[in-house]
Design a protein around this ligand. Sequence first.
Ligand code: MG
Length: 395
Amino acid sequence: MRISEVKMTRVTLPIEAPLRHSYAVHRAFTRTVLEVRTDEGLVGLSETAAPPEAIEPFVNVLLGEDPFNQERIRMKVSQRGYYSRQWLIASAFEIACWDIIGKAFGVPLYKLLGGKMRDRVPVAAYLFYRYPNEEGRGGVTTPEEMVAHCLDLVGKYGFRTIKLKGGVFAPEHDIAVIAALREALGKDYLLRLDPNAVWTAETAIRAGLKLEAYDLEYYEDPTWGLAGMASVRKRVRIPLATNMCVIDFDHFAPAVELGAVDIILSDPWYWGGLHNTKILAGMCKTFGLGMGLHSGIELGIGLAAMLHVAATIPNLLHAIDAHYHHLKDDIIVGGKLQYQDGAMAPPEGPGLGVELDRAKLEEYTENFRRAQAKAGRDYRPDPQRPTWFAMYPGW
Ligand code: MG
């Protein structure tokens, strides 16, 4: 079997309300969808944050290649430059190849990745401060608004783990929101805070000492870098998690040596694919570190890939992150994947188990073009604050 064609489509999907974080504002979710066709007529799906123009120079790596040759493909993409391993591209190719292989054998992908260790994968509610949407609804700023937003999500989807994306306002505001959430939820929910590394180590220590009162599951990237995290970890009695300072295999050994983190949040795209995520899981187990999965605004194709790999990792015991509940729609047949009691099952069809809805793909490609035409080159991280830019550290 040989790969004969690679098609890329950029799509922009609407979300309930603009999501604020320390770098910018998500106004919608934009992704590149890949369709990788073989000479036997099988089509593997994938998605990535990388735009088509960044992927295009690597397409000839795939053409003529056997989709089973994943190590060759990964090597050919990742070693094509001194300074960048192009993991966002290598992982997108790998996921499409896995989808082809699953379809070739007629089995769901989790069966090829080691088999299920759990039928459903717990997913965290991902709370953001939000601007109101175009209808003037959905804004969230105060502790009271965040509690109402959280209880609404818990009621709709059954979440048992709640994550707050902090780092938009001063640390005292995030601490007040965490206190209000803990009071409203009681002690039976897991609660995590992610200031996105925008605090100095000393701010993270001061805030962390106050946060110890709220029994956090973990404190995610309160400050930047391995040294800063190690310094916080010495002083604060909350497990530290990261998706920002340990994001490649090179970072693992120094992180262990410095004692910088307790939990690594893998992102199958940053780490080079599902196979690499399994390798990382083995390393975490060997060194006594916990494991979770980071989310990077995936649509259903990407989320399906995450669910398949997460279901197979024995030591992935933290609920995975997903922005998915913010999406208003998806581009897969049957509409959005469904939550059940705060968890999701990997789809049961062959491969990823999802199929493209052509009409939706077209609709959201057009949406991408419109958004591009409107924004042009005038990118502003936060259009509501035209002169604002991210400051690191911010507090
Ligand atoms: Mg994070």
